[in-house]
Design a protein around this ligand. Structure first.
Ligand SMILES: [Zn+2]
Length: 273
């Protein structure tokens, strides 16, 4: 697998308190978990509004990566030996780990975890039944998929964050192997796209990036992915109102639609952290 790191685009301030930080590591060699700290050299200078926006953009990016999973499964005819929705989450977790430097990757993981924790919490407080017959895994399970794979990619450096985010040691033990299997499974398909080289197969069809900060983030991502890889078929990406907080890949038009409603929901989550 290629390892690609890009610079932090903006300083990120994430304050997340899903569970109290645990003061002990799992492994003897590990330091105690640090308290949640501001990340980014001048994170303290960010306004709360900007901090919330960056966090929401990070969560929406992970959803975009999930939709890229559906797109790659379709376009590259990747086999899915399990639920496709889980496979798409796995790709998203891999890209969060692989495409970003450590600080940015951690910020994206935290934002994604906060998003799924908030969604799980809303389901619980609304009294709705968990829809276990649905195609998606329950939100809290999706939360742990992301945390486990991110931790498993570098257990020697990410234990404190994983503990802070509530990953139980019982699950953590298998995360490095889970990451390796995920990497081995998606790797050949990603490598195929990387080997095809830079191109223009991802096509932005959304609003002007100057008009919407989420459009700006997605355009930047489209440009970045085009600089790294090519797909054998054009894939359109748009941001549009859908009438619900959602995002989807439509194989009939080979296009990803990110709904403006999900960006609004991500902003609500970020503001309520
Ligand atoms: Zn999906």
């Amino acid at each position: 697998m290629l390892r690609l790191f890009r610079a932090l685009l903006a300083p990120i301030l994430i304050v997340l308190s899903l569970s109290p930080a645990v003061a002990e590591g799992w492994s003897k060699a590990t330091n105690t978990a640090d308290p949640v700290e501001e990340t980014g050299a001048d994170a303290g200078d960010i306004s709360p509004e900007d901090a919330a926006l960056y966090m929401a953009q990070d969560a929406v990016l992970s959803i975009f990566y999930h939709e890229m999973g559906h797109a790659l499964i379709d376009i590259l005819q990747a086999p899915v030996l399990g639920l496709e929705e889980d496979a798409a989450d796995v790709l998203s977790a891999l890209l969060i780990n692989e495409l970003w430097d450590e600080e940015s990757s951690e910020a994206k993981l935290r934002a994604t975890a906060a998003f799924w924790a908030a969604s799980a919490s809303e389901t619980m407080t609304s009294g709705e039944m968990q829809l276990n017959y649905g195609v998606h895994s329950p939100d809290d399970r999706r939360y742990f998929t992301y945390v486990c794979l991110w931790y498993g990619a570098s257990p020697e450096t990410r234990e404190a964050v994983a503990i802070e985010l509530g990953l139980p040691e019982d699950r953590a033990m298998s995360c490095p192997d889970e990451f390796d299997l995920a990497n081995r499974s998606w790797g050949p398909f990603l490598d195929r796209a990387y080997r095809a080289g830079a191109g223009s197969s991802l096509i932005w069809e959304g609003p002007d990036p100057e008009d919407d900060p989420f459009a700006a983030m997605l355009v930047e991502e489209v440009d970045y992915l085009n600089s790294l890889l090519s797909l054998p078929q054009d894939l359109t990406i748009t941001l549009a109102s859908c009438g619900e907080a959602n995002a989807f890949y439509d194989p009939s038009v080979v296009g990803v639609t990110m709904c403006t409603e999900i960006t609004e929901w991500a902003m609500d989550v970020a503001y309520n952290q």
